[in-house]
Design a protein around this ligand. Structure first.
Ligand SMILES: [Mn+2]
Length: 419
């Protein structure tokens, strides 16, 4: 008998900062969480799995409209028609308190209670599933402690949305320890919440499958589910299957010794071709970061939007590549310190910029000067995340200064040469 364990589907999670440009495979990116669920259902059917365990965060939050619920329901019907049972628990994103819209699901789908741990048995499959969902988003109780005792004569599976002992970038919800999990006496603990795949233990099995589809550059690499085989009343094998339709990748590109922006562009193109070859026909969503001290630096910084557009053109020519962001972190061949030492107008500007970041009072007055601009920014551009500028905060403004310095110096140098 086989079963499939998946978690953190985040169906219809808005992929933030999806920028449109000519030739961008945006529709694939927008529909990626749905296509990944279709792949999950296809895996269950193709492998003749009898049971699908979903360990929370099926949804990203309250449905925007019923389209999300109807899509999910349609996939559950496909499983019903193929004779696949589904057991799921709610996580922090789809806690009972978070979802206000509901649809009746087909009768092959069973949700475990968010009020107390409970057990559902499938005698014909020789399996018992124990679990409890989230009633509230911020659940800090250790649920695993109160999970039921295993049932003899059956293979016992635990289903739990948990941060375990804590992982960077994930809220500490329903925390527990490996010791508590393994002490339940189950054969397999199907966990969710942590988006990075991790096998915590092999005897008994304790597994985070990772999320089904990466949603931003910090969720890079293959994403999918675990395909588990039970034989002779024991777990015989656990395999990871990639089910994502778009894969995230961060490309670090060293421009040292490169003479021109075109040379950089050709080098990045070759790297992207290499990455495309690895993703087996999926869309590659890529963040490119250029670094290193080179002669190309000034040309790149004189007109960053041009080089971003040039890179978009390369990406769309490769057809299955979507450029999320170009990060310019290159350095001039001559250091800013050396420029600042020169006793001319540019030297004075360079040294003034270098001093600015070290002077709290001047940074504070800059924040005041920028406050009017900050208030005019659309809300999604404020704050501290991927897109945010956070111009109201001295520390955030200070972090932007090196970028301002590079942009300004590259342009002033170009203008000085033309004069
Ligand atoms: Mn979660």
């Amino acid at each position: 008998m086989k079963f499939v364990h998946a978690a953190d589907l985040h169906i219809d999670s808005p992929m933030r900062g999806l920028e449109q440009y000519e030739g961008a495979p945006l529709d694939t990116m927008r529909g990626a969480t749905r296509r990944a669920l279709e792949n999950l259902v296809a895996l269950c059917i193709d492998e003749d799995a009898k049971l699908l365990l979903l360990a929370g965060d099926l949804f990203d939050g309250d449905w925007k409209d019923y389209a999300t619920g109807l899509f999910f329901r349609g996939q559950m019907v496909r499983l019903r028609d193929a004779g696949v049972e589904v057991v799921w628990v709610r996580g922090n994103h789809d806690a009972a308190s978070e979802l206000n819209k509901h649809l009746r699901l087909p009768d092959n789908v069973r949700e475990l209670s968010p009020r107390a741990a409970e057990t559902v048995t499938f005698e014909a499959l020789g399996v018992a599933v124990h679990g409890r969902g989230f009633a509230q988003r911020a659940t800090t109780e250790d649920f695993a402690r109160s999970y039921p005792a295993p049932l003899s004569g059956l293979v016992n599976l635990g289903l739990l949305h948990t941060s375990a002992t804590g992982r960077a970038g994930h809220d500490p919800y329903a925390p527990t320890t490996l010791e508590i999990l393994t002490s339940r006496g189950y054969d397999y603990f199907a966990l969710g919440h942590i988006h990075e795949r991790e096998v915590l233990c092999r005897d008994p099995w304790v597994v985070f499958p990772g999320n089904l589809q990466g949603r931003h550059v910090r969720e890079s690499g293959p994403k999918g589910a675990s395909l588990v085989t039970i034989a002779g009343g024991k777990i015989a094998s656990v395999e990871h299957r990639a089910l994502d339709v778009a894969r995230w990748c961060a490309v670090e590109f060293d421009t040292t010794e490169m003479a021109s922006a075109h040379e950089v562009l050709d080098g990045v193109r070759a790297r992207l071709e290499g990455e495309v070859a690895k993703v087996e026909g999926r869309v590659l969503a890529v963040r490119v970061r250029l670094h290193g001290a080179s002669a190309a630096h000034e040309e790149l910084w004189r007109d960053p939007s041009r080089w971003r557009a040039e890179l978009c053109a390369v990406a769309s020519e490769l057809s299955s590549v979507w450029l999320e962001k170009l990060v310019l972190a290159t350095e001039p061949e001559r250091t800013v310190e050396a420029l600042g030492a020169a006793d001319d107008a540019l030297g004075h500007i360079a040294s003034a910029l270098a001093c600015l970041g070290k002077d709290d009072a001047r940074v504070a007055s800059l924040v005041v000067a920028l406050s009017e601009l900050h208030n005019k920014l659309p809300s999604e551009l404020r704050g501290d995340d991927v897109l945010g500028l956070a111009l109201e905060r001295p520390d955030a403004v200070r972090r932007l200064l090196p970028e301002v310095e590079k942009l300004l110096m590259a342009r002033l140098h170009a203008a000085a040469r033309q004069a």
